[in-house]
Design a binder for this molecule. Sequence first.
Ligand code: ACM
Length: 263
Amino acid sequence: MKISVIQFKPEFGDLEGNFHKIASYSESIESDILLFPELAFSGYDFSGRDEAMDLSEEYLKGYTGKLQEISTKLNKIICTGFAEKSSDRLHNSCCLLFPNSDYSTTYHKVHLFFRERFVFDESEKGFFVVNYPDSEINIGPMICYDWRFPEASRTLALKGADLILCPSNLVTKVWHISTPSRALENKVYLAVANRTGIENRNGNELEFNGGSVIHGFDGSTISKAGFDSEEVITAEIFPEMTRDKSFNEYNDIFTDRRPNFYI
Ligand code: ACM
């Protein structure tokens, strides 16, 4: 099974142009799983909630619906970040689209970063894993700043994830210290799709740092993108190899846990 991570620079507010880029990569890349960055249709640095509402869509009603059609037609799992509205609620979301759309869903970012708290609503769904029988893979989504909470990837691993997908808009590089450990300590694959480029909005300059990665379940970096290039990175993964959490005849990273000593 192959996964590809697509690193690019979404143009702020250009919903149609960004979607076309995502759709054309989705159609042309010969991989089973495709991962795009956070808020990849709209861009990131909204002036406020009203602007984000204008650049949002209802799940499967707009561009996410068109991506679902591509997923089903070409038999690819597609995950991308987008601003999701649902009646008066607004979430920093990612859709996780499966060829069999009965399994498709959206994740609402649990840990909101910096001014996102003035734009988006807090998640009520929390973390979950989708068990997709047709590809025999269990996928758990999280978004960007969720990386700073080891509880996020731990929860996804305990819920059975083989692969964690993390669409991101990261403005630092410190996360590279952390993500290999999240893969290693949970024995899961972990893919981060970061964006590139600068957004200069509201008197505020944000530089996004690329460096998208695919980590193996041993904490290795199987594939890594440059810091400012538009790039596709690809890796072969073996989901079933993540499921035995023992690493010698006496130790197992899940059954050895002592949760009564943790807070
Ligand atoms: C982030 O959560 N976009 C840094």
